[in-house]
Write a protein that binds this ligand. Structure first.
Ligand SMILES: [Zn+2]
Length: 176
């Protein structure tokens, strides 16, 4: 069946190597095309991801589970891991004089000017892709290895920030 497919390889060394290729779509300008891609039009990462996976599901030649696995391995897991590392190694910054502190001063304020101290890496930026990663693991057939990598990351993040339930405990929770 291979001889039925026209390949450039077999045209090499003949005049046909530079002519007679034809085309599938007519155009008045070879440079014509989309001036703005869907990737730049969609604003949030969630929208971009949804669009990518939806397309993968619609195209029969694309394995959407494989796409989901690749997105996790090349993008989300690295991002979560990187931000978690950055969070534990971060410096603290004074909002008033911009002095950077290696750790949060015990006084709870800037030791130079008494200004407010804020973290440079925020909880939100560490957790940014957490829910999305969990959702992908639930919805698609990703490998056990990748699934467990996400689970381990979730455990590390929970041990750093606590679970939502832990944070909302009050004195009254212990009095019943
Ligand atoms: Zn200061």
């Amino acid at each position: 069946m291979e001889h039925l497919v026209d390949r450039v390889e077999r045209r090499l060394g003949t005049p046909a190597q530079v002519e007679g290729f034809f085309y599938t779509h007519s155009t008045s300008n070879i440079s014509a095309g989309p001036t703005e891609s869907t990737y730049t039009r969609l604003e949030s990462m969630l929208d971009k991801l949804d669009a990518e996976l939806k397309l993968a599901e619609e195209i029969r030649a694309v394995d959407e589970d494989d796409v989901a696995e690749r997105v996790l391995n090349t993008h989300f897991i690295r991002d979560l891991q990187g931000n978690l590392n950055a969070f534990s190694k971060q410096k603290f910054r004074c909002t008033k004089c911009n002095q950077s502190h290696r750790r949060m001063p015990l006084a709870g304020k800037c030791i130079k000017c008494g200004g407010n101290i804020i973290p440079t890496v925020h909880e939100g930026s560490v957790k940014k892709y957490l829910v999305m990663s969990q959702d992908i693991c639930k919805k698609y057939e990703v490998s056990e290895y990748t699934r467990q990598r996400v689970e381990v990351l979730i455990m590390s993040i929970e041990s750093t920030f606590g679970t939502e339930k832990d944070q909302q405990m009050g004195l009254a929770d212990f009095m019943s």
